[in-house]
Design a protein around this ligand. Structure first.
Ligand SMILES: [Zn+2]
Length: 252
């Protein structure tokens, strides 16, 4: 889960008509002010969000995130989830609508999420209506609190982040599941851990092809790190790949 730079001024298509984001928020705020109860606010905000042109919104969120899921950092395709449940982009509300009705269309609360998390549910679906305790990736770079191993494993020493990452977002096996036999419901080993390992292997192979016999210098490794960081190399699971590149550089 890396830092995501969210541009401030956005336009989204409501039906066919493009509307500035601020106009949209003002409109929803006005509607919410007329509501008499929290359930009514929840319903009004959901309906308002549902009426937006989702393809346009998905494209904008995906661009902000350089094509990667905000939670697990896998590549998300442009296809809409409606066309194929196993492909495309979901739109995740960091704070669920029932907790923050205005957040239904607040740009900083919206993130593009993948449809295929480690247990077959999307990162968004895995979150469900849970209220994430950690700040959004637009506010804070969570990757610096995450330690990625060369085998794709993830450890999080900070307990406040661990709970959201393990129990709400399925970014790593839940602690009690480790070493347990497959129960038919959940896949073992953890699919996301394997995907991160594959991304590291892909980078290692590309590096070895260009610089055989470990001839890549520290400067080369740091350049590769920087290219992944800035999105100049389209790499899924960049946090895990960057951690690996940094370790290689430190050994030179
Ligand atoms: Zn994901």
């Amino acid at each position: 889960m890396r830092k995501i730079d969210k541009a401030n001024s956005r336009q989204v298509k409501r039906g066919e008509e493009p509307v500035a984001w601020q106009v949209l928020i003002a409109e929803l705020r006005g509607l919410l002010a007329t509501c008499k109860s929290d359930p009514e606010k929840n319903e009004v905000a959901r309906e308002f969000f549902d009426r937006l042109n989702k393809q346009n919104l998905r494209d904008q969120l995906r661009n902000d995130q350089r094509g990667l899921c905000a939670f697990c950092e896998c590549e998300i395709t442009r296809q809409s989830a409606v066309e194929d449940r196993r492909a495309g982009i979901r739109i995740a509300h960091w704070l669920p609508i029932h907790k923050d009705p205005e957040g239904a269309v607040r740009w900083s609360n919206l993130f593009a999420s993948c449809p295929g998390g480690p247990y077959g549910d999307s990162c968004d679906a895995a979150q469900g209506d849970a209220d994430l305790k950690i700040e959004t990736p637009a506010e804070r770079n969570h990757a610096i609190f995450m330690e990625f191993g060369s085998d794709g494993s993830l450890t999080i020493p900070d307990q406040s982040i661990l709970r959201d990452a393990a129990e709400r977002l399925n970014l790593m096996p839940r602690p009690e599941e480790e070493g347990q036999p497959e129960d038919g419901k959940r896949e073992s080993p953890h699919r996301l851990t394997e995907a991160r390992a594959a991304a590291i292997t892909g980078t290692r192979k590309r590096l070895e092809k260009k610089f055989p016999e470990r001839t890549a210098s520290r400067d080369v490794l740091l350049k590769w790190w920087s290219d992944v960081n800035q999105g100049q190399t389209a790499t899924p699971h960049p946090s895990a790949v960057m951690a690996w590149l940094k370790r290689q550089a430190d050994r030179r």
